[in-house]
Design a protein around this ligand. Structure first.
Ligand code: WT7
Length: 672
């Protein structure tokens, strides 16, 4: 493969960043990187020494088996140590570092009229009160707490309160449907659900409590409800009300189960002794899509995740104490867990916590917020950049963006046009763009530039972070030397890697370790160029990446086939200007059912209701038959090519009935 001319231009770190940078040049990166692989014990020990341990470790910094042929897969970090995550990210800073009065979060509401600053001391006090509330509700160490909240301060309070008492938080993105919420609560066997009355996303009022109730009802129908209490934050009623008639919201209430947050928080004491946990005790479960359609409960543990998120945050954003950092992700995704909550707090950072969306009340909202808080480090997704690019330079020119020093992206490969625009227009050519590749499973960045050290190539996540040893394998599991393209895998763990799929260790081993014994399989394709730069080429399994959100073809297909007229469905991705990829669905209808506009709308609505708005299909195509092999396997490669209008289909000899292809081409959807 030939690298296009424009991608080969290198961008060198700006000099003004080097003065006080943690890793000031490429040789320092290489030296530290070598140390991290050659002497991981010493490398991670030094990082661990910055944190508080109730008891020191008795085992090594890292112990593991990555080879299924040699026994069970496991990773352990600092066995024997006792600590508490919440203590490390709050008490340690307030009590040992004197950072009590420093702002932890500038909360910025959906409406620019709603905002507040929260200091570390205030955060600690709210977290302790919430921890006591949870204890009062019967939550104990090891219990799971499901959290279904918008981006409000209480979301951070609740997750840290869980961490403080040793409960395992299981956050569900508040854009997910009641069905998705139910599925995740059942899988986690949570005893408490925390939600809010309602929230505005842009102009749209969402009745969260009602969705939460529907989810609880569905759990009861499945006779698998473990949730006994629902803690409800009065967010809409208290904070977003402006007296307009359109603000009316009915909050359904069940006094046996539901508890108002403000009522129980009011009298809750501010003192709460942290629960001292084992280094390998669970910290949280976060579900991510799995190729079978059933989400996987990715489990992260206390000590390793603390070390890894705090170190990646410090180095990748070259954090300094006067920074104002803003990550636009939602805490419902791993990006928010690692780089809004834990990583920044562990470093005593000041962050912006934003409830809204990029285009409300106007398309310059991001730039307005950067100016307002003098943001120095800004972290967002390619899909947001592509969306904002559409409005041109004018919305940015109204604001002063001179505070910015480092820009970051995450979630999907960034195309060179979006990279250039981010670098030139947002960063005014001054700011390095750190393209961070990682996954829910990896806990933190694994391939990433360091802003003052790494020369950048637009579209490349460049090199591995400390402790990470990537390699590229071909189909036969042979390692590629030098240039080449294949499966991206990792040869050893780093402290922040997931430990298991909750209650399904077998699935963990099968998904990530079975195909190539000795390696963790990412599921992504990757190319290494002649200079050793890594380029992620996208998923090579049955996963789709829509606006940086992973979903499986199987889960969308399952939703489609729930429609009474649909006999069979197959879903593939098609490139989309803003979303990166979008969903293109082929549906085979049952006999005598007619394919028409009404059906298309019904089917789209169904997927939206089953999974959530992020999974709304862009295209529904009628498929009188699907291209299958003689053994009945759907040939997705062909469907992908039809969706993309690629006429050269190559070898079709595996197809049971090659005529199907022509028929499908004739009924292709051009536009959404
Ligand atoms: C998948 C993981 C990591 C937080 C957000 C997504 C894709 C992620 C990049 C990047 C190219 C990327 C991969 C990965 N991805 N970052 N910088 N360049 N691709 O977390 O939902 O677990 O998704 O997102 O395909 O496997 P996730």
């Amino acid at each position: 493969m030939v690298v296009p001319e424009s991608q080969e231009k290198m961008y060198y770190p700006p000099d003004d960043l080097k003065g006080d940078a943690h890793v000031p040049d490429f040789n320092s990166y290489l030296a530290l990187y070598r140390k991290s692989l050659e002497n991981p014990e010493a490398f991670w020990k030094e990082i661990a020494d910055e944190f508080s341990w109730k008891k020191p470790a008795t085992g090594p910094m890292l112990q593991y088996n990555f080879d299924v042929t040699k026994g069970n897969i496991y990773v352990k970090c600092m066995e024997g140590a006792k600590t508490n995550m919440c203590y490390n990210v709050l008490d340690r800073l307030v009590k040992e570092r004197n950072l009590g009065e420093k702002v932890a979060y500038y909360w910025e509401g959906n409406s620019p009229d709603h905002h507040m600053a929260i200091t570390y001391r205030q955060l600690l006090s709210q977290v302790c009160r919430c921890a006591n509330v949870l204890k009062q509700m019967g939550v104990k160490k090891g219990d799971r707490v499901s959290i279904y909240l918008p981006m409000i301060p209480e979301l951070v309070y609740t997750m840290l309160a869980c961490a403080r008492i040793g409960a395992v938080h299981c956050i569900v993105f508040a854009g997910f449907s009641s069905e998705s919420l139910c599925e995740r609560m059942v899988d986690a066997q949570s005893s408490v659900l925390v939600t809010a009355d309602g929230v505005y996303r842009g102009e749209k009022l969402i009745n969260l409590k009602q969705i939460a109730d529907e989810a609880l009802e569905k759990c009861r129908e499945k006779a698998s409800s473990s949730v006994t209490k629902c803690l409800v934050i009065k967010h809409h009623a208290l904070r977003t009300k402006s007296g307009a008639a359109c603000n009316k919201l009915q909050t359904p209430w069940d006094s046996d189960c539901d508890v108002w947050w403000d009522e129980v928080m009011r009298d809750s004491p501010e003192e709460c002794e942290p629960e001292w946990l084992d280094a390998e005790d669970p910290l949280f479960i976060l579900h991510t899509s799995g190729s079978t359609g059933k989400p996987k409960g990715v489990l992260h543990t206390v000590a390793g995740y603390l070390l890894y998120t705090s170190l990646t945050f410090k180095y990748v954003f070259d954090h300094h104490h006067d920074d104002v950092y803003w990550c636009t992700a939602d805490i419902g995704w791993i990006t928010g867990h690692s780089y809004i909550t834990y990583g920044p707090l562990a470093n005593g950072a000041t962050s912006v916590l934003f409830e809204g969306i990029p285009v409300h009340p106007h398309v310059g909202r991001f730039w307005e917020i950067i100016e307002k808080y003098k943001v120095t480090k800004f972290y967002t997704a390619p899909t947001a950049i592509r969306l904002l690019m559409k409005y041109g330079r004018e919305p940015l020119q109204k604001y002063d963006l001179s505070s910015l020093r480092i820009l970051g992206t995450v979630g999907e490969p960034i195309n060179p046009e979006a990279w250039q625009w981010y670098h030139e227009v947002v960063g005014q050519g001054r700011c390095p763009v750190v393209d961070t590749f990682w996954q829910t499973e990896t806990g933190g960045h694994v391939l990433t530039p360091l802003p003052a050290a790494t020369p950048l190539k637009p579209g490349s996540a460049t090199f591995p972070f400390f402790g990470v040893e990537p390699t590229i394998l071909n189909e036969h599991g042979e390692e590629l030397e030098g240039e080449g393209e294949g499966y991206l895998v990792f040869r050893r763990p780093w402290p922040g890697i997931m430990r298991t799929v909750y209650r399904n260790h077998e699935r963990f081993e099968n998904t990530y370790f079975k195909k190539f014994p000795g390696f963790y399989l990412t599921g992504d394709g990757c190319r290494r160029d002649k200079d050793g730069y890594y380029w992620i080429t996208g998923r090579i399994d049955d996963m789709l990446n829509v606006s940086g959100h992973l979903m499986s073809t199987a889960e969308v297909e399952a939703a489609l086939t729930e429609h009474p007229a649909v006999a069979e469905a197959a879903v593939v991705s098609r490139p989309h200007k803003v979303k990166g990829e979008c969903l293109y669905c082929f549906v085979t209808l049952k006999d005598s059912r007619e394919f028409n506009h009404k059906l298309v709308e019904e089917v789209k609505r169904l997927v939206r209701e089953k999974i959530g708005p992020i999974a709304t299909p862009d295209f529904i195509q009628n498929a009188p038959a699907l291209p299958k092999t003689r053994s009945g396997k759907i040939m997705r490669r062909i469907l992908r090519q039809i969706a993309r209008n690629e006429k050269d289909l190559g070898d079709l000899s595996a197809l049971a009935d090659p005529k199907v292809v022509e028929e499908l081409f004739s009924q292709r959807c051009e536009a959404a």
